[in-house]
Write a protein that binds this ligand. Structure first.
Ligand SMILES: C[S@@+](CC[C@H](N)C(=O)[O-])C[C@H]1O[C@@H](n2cnc3c(N)ncnc32)[C@H](O)[C@@H]1O
Length: 291
């Protein structure tokens, strides 16, 4: 069933989603029916409610073929977001590609933590996002702070191109600028807020990641070196220079890395003001100030 062969011509929407759900479950996909529904909605008209409102509607030949292809790819562990080329983050719609990390709901904790540091909705804040990827962190912040200005930086040219496109699609390109670079080395500074979600997986842990991550997120978005902390060591020495005297940084980290990250930051003369936990209660972000 993992080849999408469960999908036959002329099936109703209900039959198609049931058959696809069974096929995905057989392939070990946890959210089999949900994923089948999202992919079927994409094939018909993009609206998942159509599956509820009109379950007896029949797929035409082209739709059946397309749906079977998508189900086969999902059974082979390609994430739904990669199949759709889209991901919702902070209730905004982002394009994604093979050049960028698929934005994670956990990273919305970083957005919430950053907004606490930008208390005035109308504040003309200057924000930097290091390792911007799809641009999701910076663009979510700019969407919430209509007079703020932001710079997203990434080592990947393709990521920067995609982030620019997302800024345009979200009508934020007038306030969002992007550049290719290696962490903070070429940057002067003057930022009220720096946000960063660097790669933080230990190199030796990469092989054990789920295929959805290992085979589809770019390695340079994941690989944090031997102890997972290489990117923080590279970025930390520039933070103090780049922040305004009362500026703050919000750094996302892995579930067991907060204590080691505090040491790295303190060595650079920075003060860690607190942690922000994600929905599972894991310390996910550190709040950093110029000491
Ligand atoms: C974990 S991803 C985060 C992407 C995005 N900010 C998000 O939260 O979804 C880390 C990003 O850091 C970028 N990166 C890796 N090494 C870098 C470097 N030396 N300088 C700048 N960016 C780098 C990667 O290309 C990747 O886009």
């Amino acid at each position: 069933m993992a080849d999408g062969g469960a999908i036959a011509r002329d099936m109703t929407l209900r039959q198609a989603v049931t058959a696809a759900g069974q096929a995905l479950r057989a392939a070990g996909i946890d959210d089999a029916v949900l994923d089948a529904g999202l992919l079927l909605a994409h094939v018909i008209d993009g609206d998942r409610l159509t599956l509820i409102r009109d379950p007896g509607r029949r797929l035409d030949d082209a739709q059946s073929r397309k749906f079977a292809e998508l189900i086969a790819a999902r059974a082979a562990r390609k994430p739904v977001s990669r199949l759709l080329g889209r991901r919702e983050f902070w209730s905004l719609d982002f394009s994604i590609s093979g050049a960028v990390l698929d934005p994670r709901p956990d990273s919305e904790t970083a957005v919430a933590a950053a907004l606490e540091q930008l208390p005035r909705v109308e504040g003309a804040y200057r924000i930097a996002d290091f390792g911007t990827g799809s641009g999701c962190l910076l663009l979510a912040l700019l969407a919430e702070r209509p007079r703020a200005w932001g710079l997203g930086l990434d080592i990947s040219f393709a990521a920067v191109q995609l982030a620019k496109r997302n800024a345009q699609d979200l009508e934020l390109s007038g306030r969002a600028h992007f550049m290719v670079g290696d962490w903070g080395r070429a940057m002067l500074g003057g930022f009220d807020l720096i946000v960063a979600n660097p790669p933080y997986i230990r190199s030796t842990d990469l092989a054990g990641l789920a295929p959805e991550v290992r085979c589809h997120d770019p390695r340079q978005a994941l690989d944090g070196g031997a102890d997972g902390l290489a990117a923080y060591r590279a970025l930390a020495p520039d933070l103090k220079r780049m922040l305004k005297p009362r500026g703050r940084a919000i750094l996302e980290c892995g579930r067991d890395q907060a204590a080691d990250l505090v040491k790295i930051l303190q060595t650079e003369g920075l003060r860690v003001g607190g942690f922000h936990a994600d929905l599972s209660g894991v310390a996910r972000c550190l709040r950093v100030a110029v000491a």
